[in-house]
Ligand binder design. Structure first.
Ligand SMILES: [Zn+2]
Length: 55
């Protein structure tokens, strides 16, 4: 595992789950499925917090 850089914006997706969630939210937005967008926002926020806890 490589150590993440201390930049505020992450140039690359740090992990597969992030990619998966972002792909999912894009798809939900494309389908205008707002309840799914909300679900993904919650999942992404929770997942990102897990990343921060690991730093
Ligand atoms: Zn992630």
């Amino acid at each position: 595992m490589s150590t993440p850089t201390s930049t505020k914006t992450v140039p690359e997706h740090p992990c597969l789950e992030c990619q998966d969630l972002e792909h999912g939210i894009e798809q939900a937005e494309a389908e205008r499925d707002l309840s799914r967008v909300t679900d993904f926002n919650v999942l992404i926020a929770r997942h990102r917090r897990a990343h921060e806890a690991q730093l």
